[in-house]
Write a protein that binds this ligand. Structure first.
Ligand code: 9D3
Length: 255
């Protein structure tokens, strides 16, 4: 999969391809990152890429010309049509399902906004979709591009080992993950739940499912609402609630 990233800060975005899972994906040749800096097409001595907003107001707006020229250079370099995503505060909040769709596309351009925003005519004429990281204020779209690249890289065939299959991840199932433990058996005065030491793999599977359901119910009820729970899951969630009533930390504020 190849990403063409239009950004005023290329070194920020390419850093995501230098370590960890994404770094390995780049080295394996399964992930290709190319950057295009609108500054290289900026006008005048200062290679300006922004100007004051029509109608007045604070801040500056990214101009159509340099962005369009940078994207045009990326399109000219492509053998397949580019699917163009702009990272903006007005976009759809990114969800795992959107990323699963995106990795099916061979060529994706990510356009990173800066300043107060991007000239709307660029969005209308050149951009297929707008994506956002969520409801908080960042100073530009670069972190959004890095999030998209990182999340896609681990979905590409061969990038993750079998042990850490992307299909088993939290969110791929619509639930938060269960708690994890490793050696030693006691840490900070707390023992590992005994079921995990017992070797009854059916019991372990049920315990993990129960914890995942329970934690999702407590922390992210919005996720659980989307989930169609079967009778077995409903029973496990009931078990979790009963356990929680028995002198857990939350007894007084139950339900
Ligand atoms: C005053 C209104 N603000 C819009 C919410 C101004 C503004 C804030 C931040 C305009 C641009 C930006 C820069 N942010 C991004 O480019 C951005 C972003 C974000 O701020 N939050 C979540 N996701 C994203 S993706 C790109």
């Amino acid at each position: 999969m190849r990403f063409d990233i239009v950004t005023l800060f290329p070194e920020l975005v390419t850093a995501v391809g230098e370590s960890g899972v994404t770094g390995r994906a780049v080295q394996q040749g399964r992930l290709v990152l190319e950057t295009w800096n609108p500054r290289d097409w900026g006008a005048g001595f200062h290679q300006a890429v922004d100007d004051r907003p029509y109608g007045g107001g604070p801040g500056m707006v990214m101009q159509y010309g340099p962005l369009a020229s940078a994207l045009e250079a990326a399109r000219a370099d492509a053998t397949a049509p580019l699917h163009v995503i702009a990272l903006t505060p007005q976009g759809r909040p990114i969800r795992q399902a959107m990323l699963r769709e995106l990795v099916r596309k061979p060529r994706v351009a990510l356009v990173c906004g800066r300043y107060e925003g991007i000239d709307e005519r660029f969005i209308e004429a050149q951009v297929d979709e707008e994506w956002s990281l969520g409801d908080y204020v960042l100073s530009g779209g670069e972190l959004g591009a890095m999030v998209v690249i990182d999340a896609c890289a681990r979905l590409l065939p061969g990038v993750l080992g079998h042990a850490d299959s992307a299909g088993q991840d939290s969110f791929s199932e619509g639930l938060l993950d269960c708690p994890h433990y490793t050696r030693p058996e006691v840490a900070a005065g707390r023992a590992v739940p005994s079921v995990l030491l017992g070797g009854d793999h059916g019991a372990i599977r049920r315990w993990r499912r129960r914890e995942a359901l329970g934690r999702t119910w407590e922390r992210r009820p919005d996720l659980l609402a989307r989930e169609e729970l079967g009778v077995e899951d409903l029973a496990l969630l009931d078990e979790y609630r009963v356990e929680r009533r028995k002198g857990g930390p939350h007894t007084e504020s139950d339900d």
